[in-house]
Design a protein around this ligand. Structure first.
Ligand SMILES: Nc1ncnc2c1ncn2[C@@H]1O[C@H](COP(=O)(O)OP(=O)(O)OP(=O)(O)O)[C@@H](O)[C@H]1O
Length: 788
C-alpha cells in the first residue's frame, strides 16, 4: 500500500476547515427557464417559480421532436404505413360525408316537393352509402387504435431504455423532484384573473419540471401516463386536423356553389373566434393541465411511499403525519380540479354562444334566395350542413382547446424528461446539468475546486493489469444545489488531493465520523459523483478462468431487492429473464442518439445498445458472453463495466457472467448462513415482496452472496454488514478475505479492523489519513489512554 504524504494531517495547507460556498439552484432540465424561489402568501410553503407558461405555438417544435422519434426510428416504415393508412381513411370518410350531404339534400327536396319516387331514390342512395361507409368508419377506428398502441409501445420502450442508460434514473433523482415541500403548495388568489396568472406561474414550475433544484418531478409518471396520453392525443388531434382540412376543402366547394358570401363570412367568423378563444383560455387551460398532471403524480407518489415504508411508519406511529401529507396532496389535486371546472365552465359558455350563432347564420343568408324562388328547399339544409362542417373545421382550436392544452402539457413534460436524460449524459455527477448549463452552481463548484487545486471532473479509467485500486490526487465535492432537500445547499469538500494504491491481497477499511464523506468516496470511485478532480484507476478485466468474473463489484449501504423470484434476488444484477420485454432490442439510436449528443454520451449509449442483444438472450447465451468480455478492459475512459452499475452490484454487463446452477446457489446460501432460506420461502421460483419478508440482516447476507457469486477482482462494501451480529459478520468477512483479492469497506465497528490490512480515516475538511491496521490500532489505543 502506498500513500501520498499530502493526505496526512501534518500538511498545514490541508488543515483548513470545511469549505462552503453558497450555491444558487440552477435549472438542469435543459428547458432554459430561470428559476427563483418565492414564498407564497397563505400557505407559507416554498414554491419554485420560473418563466411564464410556454405559449402553445412554441410547443409545436417540441411535439415534432418527440413525434419523429417513432417516425424516423427503426419502426419508421410501420409508423409511416400506419400514418398513411389513417390519413387515407380520413380522406375517404370525408368524401363519404360529402356524398351523404348530397343524399340528404335530395332527401329533403323530395320530401318538401312530395316527390314519392325521388324520396325512395334518395333513401336507396343513402342506404348504399351507409352500407359502404359504416364498415369503413369502424375499420378507421381499428387502425387508429393499432397505431396508438404501436406508437406508445415504441416510445415507452425507447424512453425507458434511455432512463436506465448512463444511470439517468439516478442522476434525475439526485437533481430532485417535485416531492420537495414547495411542490404541493397552492396560492390563494382572489380573482379569476389572479387565479389564472397563478396557474400560469405554477405551471411553469412543472413545465420546466423544476422544483427547487433543477430536477424534474415524477419521471415515472412521465414514462407511464404521459407517454400514453401524449400518443393518444397526438393521434386524435392530428387526425382531427387532417379531417378538418379535407372537410374544409370539400365543403367550401359545396358552400361556394350555394353562396360565396357564406364562405367569406365563415372564414372571418372562425378567425375572430379562434383569436378570442386562444387569448382568453389558451394559456390558462394549458397551465391548469400542467398543474393537474404534476399534482396527481405527487399524490400517487406519496401513497406509494407509504406502501414502501409501511413498517417504518407503523413503528414510528407516523400514520397521522403521513395521512396529513397525503391529504394535503389530495387538496392540491382538488384545488387544481376546482380551477379547471371553473375555467372549463367559462370556456363551455363561450363555445356554446359561438356555436349557436352558426346555426342561424346559414338560414338567415340563404332564406331570402329561397323565398325569391332562386334555390330549392334542400339547398338550405345542404348549406347548413356544409356551413357546420366548415365551421367545425375552422374552429378546430376553439373546439379542441382542452385537448390541445393537455397535449401541450404532456409534450412539455416529456421534453423536459428527455432534457434531463441528456443532462445525465452531459453531467453524470448528479450536478445541476452540463458544464455550460450549470450556471452559478458550476461557478461555485469551480471556486471550491480551485482552492483544492483541481479541475472539476473526476476522471476514471481501467487498467487491465491492475488487480487493486489506485486513487491519484482525488478531490471530491458534493453535488451542489441539487437533490431532494439540497436545493441551494452549500457544496461541501469531502476529499482533497487523496492518493493511494491498494494492491492485491490488501484491504482497506474506511472510517470516520458520520457524514464526513465515507460513502461519498465510494460514490466518486463508482462514478456516481464526478464533481471533483483527480483520477480513479480500476481493474479492467476479471481474473482469468474465475467464476462469475467481474472486475469490480459494489455493495451499497441499503440492500436492493428487485421484483422477481428468489433466484433473481440471489443472482442480481446478473440474470435478465430470457425474453423479458424490457431487454428487447431497441437498436435504433433515435432517442439514444439525441441523448448521447452531449459529451461522451454516444459511446456509453452505443455500449448499452451493443450489450442489449446479449441481455435479451439471457442465461442461455451468457457463456459465450464470457469469452467476449475478455476485451472489456480499456485503458482510457469509463469502463463499460462500471457504466451499468446499479443496485447492489456493479458488474460487467450481466451477459458476461456464467449462470449459477441451483446447487451452487444452495452452497452459497449455506456459506452466508442462510441454509434453509429456499425451503422456508417455498423454492427458488417463489416471488415475494423480498424487502418485507427478509430481515435487513438477511437481505445483507443475500447481498454478500451476490458478491461471492460475482467473485470480482476488487470489491467495495459500504456498511454492507452493519445489520449483522458480530460472529456472522466475522464469518462473512472470513469468506470475503479468502475469495476476494482486494476489497474496500466502509464501517464503524472496531472488530472490522481484523479483516483489513489498512485503514483510511476521514479527519474532516477533506483531509484523510492512511495507516496500516496495526498503526491505526496503536494510535487509537494511545488516543483513548489504553496505551502509554
Ligand atoms: N446527493 C447529495 N447532495 C449533496 N450532499 C450530499 C448528498 N448525499 C450526501 N450528501 C452530503 O455529503 C456528506 C457526506 O455524506 P456521506 O453519505 O458520504 O457520509 P458518510 O460518511 O458515509 O456518513 P454515514 O457514516 O452516516 O453513512 C454529508 O454531509 C451528506 O449530507
Amino acid at each position: 500500500m502506498a500513500v501520498d504524504s499530502s493526505n496526512t494531517p501534518k500538511s498545514s495547507t490541508t488543515q483548513h476547515t470545511e469549505l462552503q460556498v453558497e450555491l444558487v439552484a440552477s435549472d438542469g432540465s435543459g428547458s432554459g427557464s430561470s428559476d427563483s424561489v418565492k414564498r407564497m402568501g397563505g400557505s407559507g410553503a416554498v414554491v419554485s417559480h420560473s418563466s411564464p407558461s410556454t405559449p402553445l405555438s412554441s410547443v409545436l417544435p417540441k411535439w415534432w421532436r418527440l413525434a419523429k422519434i417513432w417516425f424516423t426510428g427503426e419502426e419508421r416504415w410501420a409508423a409511416r404505413g400506419y400514418a398513411a393508412a389513417v390519413i387515407s381513411l380520413a380522406l375517404v370518410t370525408t368524401l363519404f360525408s360529402v356524398h351523404i350531404s348530397y343524399a340528404q339534400r335530395d332527401f329533403s327536396t323530395a320530401l318538401s316537393e312530395k316527390d314519392v319516387g325521388g324520396f325512395y331514390a334518395a333513401v336507396r342512395k343513402f342506404v348504399v352509402i351507409i352500407v359502404i361507409a359504416a364498415p369503413l368508419f369502424s375499420f378507421n377506428a381499428w387502425v387508429e387504435e393499432r397505431l396508438v398502441l404501436a406508437w406508445r409501445a415504441y416510445l415507452t420502450r425507447r424512453l425507458t431504455r434511455a432512463y436506465f442508460a448512463n444511470r439517468a434514473f439516478y442522476h434525475i433523482q439526485q437533481r430532485g423532484d417535485s416531492m420537495a415541500a414547495g411542490a404541493i403548495s397552492h396560492p390563494t388568489p382572489t380573482t379569476a384573473l389572479s387565479e389564472a396568472s397563478a396557474a400560469v406561474t405554477m405551471a411553469a414550475t412543472s413545465a420546466s419540471g423544476s422544483v427547487g433544484g433543477g430536477g424534474i418531478d415524477n419521471p415515472d409518471q412521465r414514462l407511464c401516463d404521459d407517454v400514453g396520453s401524449f400518443v393518444r392525443s397526438s393521434v386524435s388531434l392530428s387526425l382531427t386536423v387532417c379531417r378538418k382540412i379535407f372537410s374544409c376543402v370539400a365543403f367550401a366547394g359545396v358552400l361556394w356553389g350555394v353562396s360565396g358570401s357564406l364562405v367569406l363570412f365563415m372564414f372571418i367568423y372562425a378567425a375572430v373566434g379562434t383569436f378570442v378563444t386562444t387569448a382568453m383560455f389558451g394559456r390558462v387551460l394549458t397551465s391548469l393541465f400542467y398543474r393537474q398532471l404534476a399534482r396527481e403524480a405527487d399524490l400517487r407518489f406519496s401513497l406509494v411511499r407509504v406502501r414502501e415504508n409501511a413498517e417504518s411508519i407503523a413503528f414510528y406511529g407516523g400514520e397521522g403525519g403521513e395521512r396529513v401529507r397525503v391529504l394535503s396532496r389530495l387538496d392540491a389535486v382538488l384545488a387544481v380540479a376546482a380551477d379547471r371546472i371553473r375555467w372549463s365552465a367559462l370556456y363551455d359558455l363561450w363555445t356554446s354562444v359561438y356555436s349557436y350563432a352558426t346555426i342561424l347564420v346559414p338560414s338567415l343568408l340563404t332564406a331570402p334566395r329561397y323565398f325569391a324562388g332562386e334555390i330549392e328547399f334542400g339547398v338550405i339544409s345542404q348549406a347548413s350542413f356544409a356551413f357546420s362542417r366548415i365551421d367545425a373545421a375552422l374552429s378546430i382550436i376553439i373546439n379542441n382547446l382542452a385537448q390541445i392544452s393537455g397535449l401541450a402539457a404532456e409534450t412539455e413534460r416529456l421534453d423536459t424528461l428527455i432534457a434531463a436524460m441528456k443532462a445525465s449524459v452531459a453531467a453524470p455527477e448528479g450536478d445541476a446539468g452540463g458544464k455550460d448549463s450549470r450556471g452559478s452552481a458550476a461557478a461555485a463548484a469551480s471556486l471550491l475546486l480551485s482552492s483544492a487545486g483541481g479541475s472539476d471532473v473526476i476522471r476514471r479509467r481501467t487498467d487491465p493489469d491492475l488487480r487493486g485500486l489506485e486513487l491519484q490526487h482525488l478531490s471530491v465535492i458534493t453535488p451542489s444545489g441539487s437533490g431532494r432537500g439540497f436545493a441551494g445547499a452549500a457544496a461541501k469538500l469531502l476529499a482533497t488531493d487523496l492518493s493511494l494504491v491498494l494492491e492485491p491481497g490488501q484491504s482497506l477499511l474506511v472510517v470516520g465520523p458520520s457524514g464526513c464523506g465515507k460513502s461519498s468516496l465510494l460514490r466518486a470511485i463508482a462514478g456516481l459523483w464526478t464533481a471533483g478532480s483527480g483520477t480513479v484507476v480500476l481493474p479492467g478485466s476479471a481474473p482469468p478462468a474465475s467464476r462469475g468474473s467481474v472486475p469490480v463489484f459494489f455493495l451499497p449501504q441499503k440492500p436492493f431487492m428487485p421484483l422477481g423470484d428468489l433466484r433473481t434476488q440471489l443472482t442480481f444484477p446478473g440474470a435478465v429473464p430470457a425474453g423479458a420485454s424490457g431487454a428487447q432490442g431497441d437498436r435504433d439510436p433515435a432517442v439514444s442518439t439525441a441523448i448521447a449528443s452531449a459529451r461522451g454520451g454516444q459511446r456509453l449509449l452505443t455500449e448499452l445498445l451493443e450489450r442489449t442483444p446479449l441481455l435479451a438472450e439471457g442465461r442461455a447465451h451468457s457463456a459465450q458472453g464470457v469469452a467476449g468480455s475478455g476485451g472489456n478492459g480499456s485503458s482510457g475512459g469509463v469502463a463499460p463495466t462500471l457504466a451499468s452499475a446499479t443496485g447492489d452490484g456493479c458488474t460487467t454487463g450481466s451477459a458476461g457472467r456464467l449462470p449459477l446452477s441451483d446447487e451452487e446457489l444452495l452452497a452459497l446460501l449455506d456459506d452466508v448462513s442462510l441454509p434453509d432460506l429456499v425451503q422456508r420461502v417455498g423454492g427458488m421460483d417463489v416471488e415475494l415482496d423480498w424487502s418485507s419478508v427478509l430481515s435487513v440482516g438477511e437481505q445483507q447476507r443475500v447481498a454478500v452472496l451476490r458478491l461471492l457469486a460475482a467473485g470480482p477482482t476488487l470489491a467495495f462494501l459500504d456498511e454492507a454488514t452493519s445489520a449483522l451480529d458480530g460472529p456472522t459478520e466475522g464469518r462473512l468477512y472470513g469468506l470475503i478475505r479468502k475469495r476476494i483479492g482486494c476489497y474496500v469497506s466502509v464501517g464503524h465497528r472496531m472488530q472490522l479492523l481484523q479483516h483489513h490490512t489498512h485503514v483510511l480515516e476521514c479527519l474532516g475538511g477533506g483531509v484523510w489519513r492512511l495507516d496500516s491496521s496495526a498503526q491505526y490500532q496503536h494510535r487509537m489505543a494511545v488516543a483513548t489512554g489504553l496505551h502509554p
